[in-house]
Design a protein around this ligand. Structure first.
Ligand code: CTP
Ligand code: MG
Length: 182
């Protein structure tokens, strides 16, 4: 059912993806990055993905996903799940699941950029919904290679991710981590 319990289950699953996607912009702080598209253009003579999609970002997201997945695997048995009046369906977190969430996020984030470039949007220009949902869809699709994902989790996450994403981006912009407040 589409209720507060399924929201908790969905949030538990998506933590590594949020962490990975949220931390990726810090790669800029470590110096020059190498664009995944190597500066290549598509047949429309516009960038294939653009300079905002780097190998460093892709790798960082996979590492963060795997590390957070590992951390959650250890804290999972310590959390007070039985406070819930209904039996929660909490996915067993693992390094591999965290890695899949981070990798899926970055692959679909790049697909999002590919679409943005075809729509003539420059790197960093706003694309409502696409900017917030692309990584989420990738994370859930990749995670479903390992665990079964309820339809309610999909719905909850598609609804709340844009709502969480905007204030988080504003904070990242204030902290000078993100180049734009979206
Ligand atoms: N980033 C990266 N490598 C990736 C994904 C993101 O280096 N694979 C970094 C880039 O510095 C990027 C920032 O994270 O600028 C924010 O990511 P995002 O908002 O997805 O990229 P945009 O700069 O907005 O570019 P686009 O318009 O292509 O989405
Ligand atoms: Mg952006």
């Amino acid at each position: 059912m589409f209720d507060i319990y399924t929201l908790v289950e969905a949030l538990w699953l998506i933590i590594p993806a949020y962490a990975a996607n949220g931390l990726v912009p810090v790669v800029r702080k470590f110096g020059k990055t190498h664009p995944i598209d190597g500066g290549r253009k598509f047949i429309d003579n516009r960038p294939l993905l653009g300079p905002g999609k780097s190998w460093e970002g892709l790798i960082l997201a996979c590492v963060v996903g795997a590390l957070i997945g590992t951390f959650l695997m250890f804290v999972q048995p310590l959390l007070p799940w039985d406070l819930s009046p209904v039996q929660l369906d909490i996915v067993p977190m693992s390094p591999v699941l965290g890695l899949l969430l981070g990798l899926g996020a970055m692959i679909f984030d790049s697909i999002g950029s590919f679409i943005k470039r075809r729509l003539k949007l420059k790197r960093g220009q706003i694309a409502p919904l696409l900017d917030q949902e692309d990584f989420l869809i990738g994370s859930l699709l990749f995670a479903s290679l390992l665990v079964s994902i309820k339809l309610d989790w999909w719905i909850w996450l598609l609804v709340i991710t844009p709502i969480i994403h905007l204030p988080a981006s504003v904070v990242a912009y204030w902290l000078k981590v993100k180049r734009e407040p979206w």
